[in-house]
Design a protein around this ligand. Structure first.
Ligand code: GL4
Length: 811
């Protein structure tokens, strides 16, 4: 698009929507005008995509996820349309700055962390690969909370993102569907046909809002459909006129609360009725809309699996299975067998964690009360499933009851997901192997062909192309810009690691990115950090298995080493953390507090602060990650081996040229295969060693007794940590959790003490390698060059080949 055309489009929006000229418009108005212009362009492509899908009778993926952690849209859409330059120029002439407008937009934070961000990366890659897709989720009014740190402790504030985000939503009120909760099921025979009637139910409307999903250089624009809960009863006038004001609006409020807020727990499902309602609400709305559309086009359901594949992002949407059964049997008159055939050939399940507390189980009584028909269907699925298991495990009741979908008054969503799908995949090679060997071993024995792996990937044009322009342009200068379409071409950057001038330029790029981050830290934390120091970053949700505690213990050790020996020669370090803790997760919040106490101690010590700093970035989110990843030298990926299903931050850091210090966990294993052990810092117990140690009886006290550093650090943690001369805070619970087993639970279940010594060794290796800047940069460049396999494009291709078999709209 030419400058003149864009200018007149923007002026038109400002005039018609705000009645102002370009020179009168506020920044906020110009932001909205830009968004509207971009939306119009996407809308045309979206219509063309829809037409093409119909003409080609395309097969599409419906990606159901409770979470899509999108971040900001304006920059990404403009970039994908290759309009960054023209926007910059036109805005400049209007006296505005594109960057400043981008900052007005709040992150769309409809997700907790990796799982939700993965969904967003996949939508982007699907459009880029011109594969037809619709994402389905909930239009939460409040996304993940905003984190405020008050006196070193996390507090939570609501995140109302819609003020600046709603301009990306296209309301489709005509496609509203009705969702039914509660009530009773009445069965009656109509000849030889069983009629199911749902009586006394509570009705909630689901209103769709569509977001248009662009892909880099692609004509395909896909849809992310977000459902909002609306009460069909505006207000009970009868009650109202009798003066019962509150009761009158109660019904309305209890319906609309369903889409109010995202649950902020990563890996800890709350057994709350509202959460079940959220799940069924978006599942039922999505399936109703998928089946309705299919019936309008084809007039039959038996070919549904040829036209759609329903990918469920973890078990949160697992109720698609009984819901499809319900709609096909009760509304369309299919037999059980016919409906089961269609359902199990349409649904595919991705597992994202092996942590047992994250495997969803719902109290059966709750499901029965809130979703009586779904409950009946689940019970019947279970009965037939257990029958079928008999032939594999005759007389083995223990095994069958462990695989059952309903048992001990609980409904097990993972078992339902496996039984009702044609594909089960993990998200890294190691994780998929653990699923087959351990977590779902019995299911694997019954249907080995169902199980597969698709290693995660990232939308690298966002995480490298947009977030790190200096590095992108250095790569472009070396190898051309084909890598922006095909990430595998990044490997042709590898030989440049040997080129001294490229290493020098890489160093300058990193320095610029560190300066940008340092400015951010100065503005938000008031801390001066040295851009010549090693930027060592751990940014991810706060969870004990991710072991931020291991990191902070090593930092305390370093602090003592400088105290003991002020002339110690080591490269200086800036340790940077970003992490939200679930609001009810006590230990995670204590660890955040400890990080702040250590930061206070280190940053105010007159001697030590010249060697190291500790920074905690408040409210870590996608847009902060976009500043953080490009500036990192060291990427901390230090989870207990076997627990982190994949990780995706690890990929983003690598692609931006950070060296990983990590355990052989999740996708770290594949990072190591791609870049070579010599170009990262591996340490710690391996997954099988972890299991073995826990099995044979792990005694953290023995490490405490044999390693004086551990004793000294835990002693300090217990006595209190704080700035010199100031108040110090004791962290007795943290120390106890590492040493004492409370009511039968394992002490230090995440093996912090077992891996401590090895981790410190690896950190000294980081110092040694960094002391030779040039050698370090060579390794960093090799990390960038070998990161192409972690593009979401590759993951999507694998999903398509192994599971989806979609129609390619680009052909
Ligand atoms: C997660 C995993 O913990 C993480 O390793 C993985 O990268 C991500 C996407 O597959 O899914 N599982 C859950 S639950 N939250 C995650 O971030």
């Amino acid at each position: 698009m030419k400058k003149k055309e864009l200018k007149s489009l923007l002026e038109g929006k400002l005039q018609r929507h705000y009645g102002v000229t370009a020179s009168e418009a506020t920044k906020n108005q110009v932001y909205h005008a830009c968004a509207m212009v971009v939306r119009d362009i996407l809308m045309e492509k979206w219509s063309a995509t829809q037409e093409e899908m119909e003409a080609k009778k395309a097969k599409q993926v419906c990606y159901l996820s409770m979470e899509f952690l999108l971040g900001k849209s304006l920059k990404n859409n403009i970039y994908n349309l290759s309009m960054t330059d023209v926007f910059q120029q036109v805005l400049q002439e209007m006296g505005m700055d594109l960057k400043a407008l981008e900052d007005i937009e709040e992150d769309a934070a409809l997700g907790n962390g990796g799982l939700g961000r993965l969904a967003a990366c996949y939508m982007d890659a699907l459009s880029a690969q011109h594969l037809p897709a619709t994402g389905y989720s909930i239009l939460y009014e409040y996304g993940i909370f905003k984190q405020r740190i008050v006196e070193g402790q996390q507090t939570e504030l609501p995140d109302s993102w819609l003020d600046s985000g709603s301009c990306w939503l296209v309301a489709k009120p005509d496609e509203t569907v009705e969702i039914r909760f509660d009530g009773e099921i009445e069965e009656s025979w109509d000849g030889d046909h069983l009629r199911i009637q749902h009586r006394n139910y509570t009705r909630v409307n689901a209103e769709p809002y569509d977001m248009l999903i662009s892909g880099y250089g692609s004509e395909t624009v896909n849809t992310l459909r977000l459902w909002q809960a609306k009460s069909p009863y505006s207000m009970d006038m009868h009650l109202f006129s009798e003066g019962e004001y509150l009761k009158a609006i109660e019904q309305q409020a209890s319906a609309e609360v369903i889409s109010k807020i995202l649950y902020p727990e990563d890996k800890h499902p709350e057994g709350k009725s509202l959460r079940i309602k959220q799940q069924y609400f978006f599942v039922s709305a999505s399936i109703q809309s998928i089946i309705k559309k299919h019936m309008e086009t084809y007039g039959r359901l038996d070919n549904l699996p040829d036209r759609v594949v329903i990918q469920i992002n973890d078990t949160h949407p697992a109720m698609v299975i009984p819901e499809m059964m319900r709609i096909m049997m009760d509304d369309h008159g299919l037999t059980w067998d016919a409906a089961w055939e269609i359902t199990t050939h349409s649904v595919a399940y991705t597992n994202h964690t092996v942590m047992s507390e994250a495997l969803e189980r719902w109290p059966e009584a709750l499901i029965k009360r809130i979703l009586p028909r779904i409950h009946q269907i689940i019970v019947e699925i279970n009965r037939r499933f257990c029958d079928s298991l008999w032939k594999y495990f005759p007389n083995n009741w223990d095994k069958i009851s462990s695989m059952a979908i309903v048992a001990y008054d609980e409904v097990r969503m993972a078992n339902l997901s496996i039984a009702g799908s044609f594909s089960v995949n993990g998200v890294s090679a190691l994780h998929s192997q653990i699923l087959k060997d351990k977590v779902f071993h019995d299911f694997y024995v019954v249907s080995p062909d169902k199980f597969t792996n698709v290693t995660n990937g990232i939308a690298y044009r966002r995480w490298l192309g947009q977030a790190n322009e200096p590095l992108t342009s250095l790569i472009r200068d070396c190898i051309g810009d084909g890598f922006l379409r095909n990430a595998e071409e990044l490997c042709t950057f590898a030989p440049f690691a040997k080129d001294a001038s490229v290493r020098q330029k890489f160093l300058e790029v990193k320095k610029r990115n560190k300066e940008r981050l340092a400015a951010y830290i100065q503005e938000h934390n008031g801390i001066d950090v040295d851009t010549n120091s090693i930027f060592d970053v751990q940014a991810k949700r706060l969870h004990e298995y991710k072991r931020q505690l291991l990191n902070i213990m090593q930092i305390i050790k370093m602090y003592f080493e400088y105290k003991d020996n002020p002339s110690l020669q080591r490269p200086s370090r800036t340790f940077i953390f970003g992490a939200k803790a679930a609001p009810g997760y006590y230990m995670a919040k204590q660890i955040i507090r400890l990080i702040h106490a250590v930061a206070d101690m280190v940053n105010h010590d007159p001697v030590v602060q010249n060697h190291m700093k500790v920074v905690f970035l408040e409210d870590y989110k996608v847009s902060i990650a976009e500043i953080l990843m490009p500036a990192a030298d060291v990427s901390e990926q230090i989870s207990v081996a076997g627990r982190e299903a994949s990780g995706t931050g690890n990929m983003k850091f690598m692609m931006n040229g950070a060296l990983t210090i990590g355990t052989l966990d999740g996708a770290n294993v594949e990072i190591c295969e791609a870049v070579g052990e010599a170009n990262m810092f591996l340490f710690g117990l391996k997954a099988d060693e972890v299991e073995q140690l826990l099995k044979q009886g792990y005694q953290p006290m023995s490490y405490y007794q044999s390693n004086p550093w551990i004793a000294r650090i835990l002693g300090a943690i217990m006595q209190g940590i704080g700035r010199p001369g100031g108040r110090s805070v004791p962290f007795v619970d943290i120390a106890n959790s590492l040493l004492i087993s409370a009511n039968g639970s394992q002490a230090d279940p995440y093996l912090v003490l077992a891996d401590f010594e090895e981790y410190c060794r690896a950190q000294r290796e980081v110092d040694r390698v960094y002391s030779n800047q040039d050698a370090w940069n060579e390794k960093a460049i090799l990390n960038v060059a070998h990161s192409g396999v972690f593009a979401a494009d590759r993951s999507i291709q694998e999903y398509n080949e192994k599971i989806w078999n979609l129609t390619d709209l680009g052909r």
